[in-house]
Design a protein around this ligand. Sequence first.
Ligand code: TXA
Ligand code: MG
Length: 323
Amino acid sequence: MDTLVLKDNIQDFEVAADILENDGIVVFPTETVYGIGALASSDLAVQKIFIAKNRPLDNPLIFHISDLSLLNELVEDISLEAETLISSFWPGPLTLIFRKKKGVYDYATCGLDTIAVRMPDSFVVNNLLKRVDFPIVAPSANLSGKPSGTRFVDVYADFNGRVDAIFDVDIVDLGLESTVIDVSSDNITLMRPGSLSLETIQKKCSDIKIHELKIKNNIQKIISPGVKYTHYKPNASVIVFSGKSKVESKQKFLNEKIKSGHQIISLEYSSIEEMAKNLYADFRKADRDNIEYVLIESVDDTGIGKAINNRLYKASSKIISSE
Ligand code: TXA
Ligand code: MG
């Protein structure tokens, strides 16, 4: 497949909208990560997304909208708490899971009776949504299991030849996916920590439970289907250091591996925001450079640190804890 590279101009938005209207798929930047999008109404295009990503077929997609009036066509009801979260945080990096209106978009929601919706703060997606008549469904732009794409160079490497077009517009500002909150019942639950911190959300909605994968008799009760798959893992082995002496134990590990001739890097960041913004891009650069080990310290589990730690642990091959 020939893949067009599109820029930030009116003609290219028309080209992309045209592709979407004709069952095609397009990679575009949002404020969190790049997404790979299709019209929610096109089962054929949705299927192409699953194929392009090698995504398991039971992992549903997030619906992106730019206009609240579209929400009523997707969801059964909107609780008072959900209304508060919407008015406080949309557009922005918050995905809400609602009870789905019966019979709508069964393919893109993988037959679930719930639906994940977000209003991104991205002029690229908004420009596309203005030109099409349906929501745009989009998972993160990465081959399944790998870190999400946050730079054009990375999504181009993954998807050139696998999608119809890719926007070369590097506006990803946050670098980690949206926070996912389930508001489909009275038990409001954090399903995936993300770019909007739990503390910020709790200022508007105090009673939020935190979802933990329950494993009982070896049967996993899957509420958010994505949580059972491998995520965010580069080819390099990610070694995460936590606990009181994490700095020292990382240095020791680094020295030993260098001595024995391994390709290794140690990632350091000056702030938590910088870490969030660059983490996935650094993982991918490590793979381009044929690095064997990526060493990194975990962070305080507060603010967006919760999302960073979640991604680090899922990406890790080994966690070295010096409690
Ligand atoms: O920031 C983001 O959220 C990015 C950008 C492109 O919007 N998208 C993204 O999509 O991260 P994805 O597919 O990589 O992650 C969506 C997560 C998956 O874990 C999926 O299982 C979950 O949301 N999800 C989608 N629909 C759901 C539903 N109805 N119930 C529970 N979980 C759902
Ligand atoms: Mg993803």
